[in-house]
Write a new protein. Sequence first.
Length: 202
Amino acid sequence: MSKRGPSQETRKSIIDAALGEFGERGYKGATTIGISKAAGVSEKTLFDLFGNKKALYLETLGSEQEKFFALIIPSLPIGAGAPVVLRSLARRFIVYLNENRGFASLLREGISHPYDAQVRKYTRDFILNFKNFVQKILEEGCKSGLVKKEIDKSQIAWSFTIGLLASLFPEQDEISAQRDEIALMFIESLIDYAETKTGSKD
């Protein structure tokens, strides 16, 4: 009879603990001993499941990215028109990162400290997926006449994405509200530029 491995609950508890440790201490500062202690498991169990710290970091980052899209996309007012959807997406993006500081820290570290090719790839893939999602909304808006057809949708989508990611920097809590407000003001001006005037179907 084969031995059963650790449960999915154990795996999840380790990833949750890793998110907290990596988010607070960064990749280099976090330790597998600290993560296993926070998860309430032995370090051997952690290694049996994930192999090493880097593999755990990548799985934690990938898991959080999947969770972001799984929670954000269903909450958007799809059908209300591209400008409304984009404004909602920007607000929800910032709220989500403020409520999920561990994920925000992983993104910030992946962008500002690209010390590893695989970490860069995971971060880059998330940013590209987000940009492509924004571009798809803009393309649907063009079809419905709510977004100007002549705009460069890829460029606007990149500006939208980078504008929101800029709200991650700097990370001091005392200026976070002002930083988020500036990011949303930029996004609002971007949407105003892309949006057709009321009643126009150009």
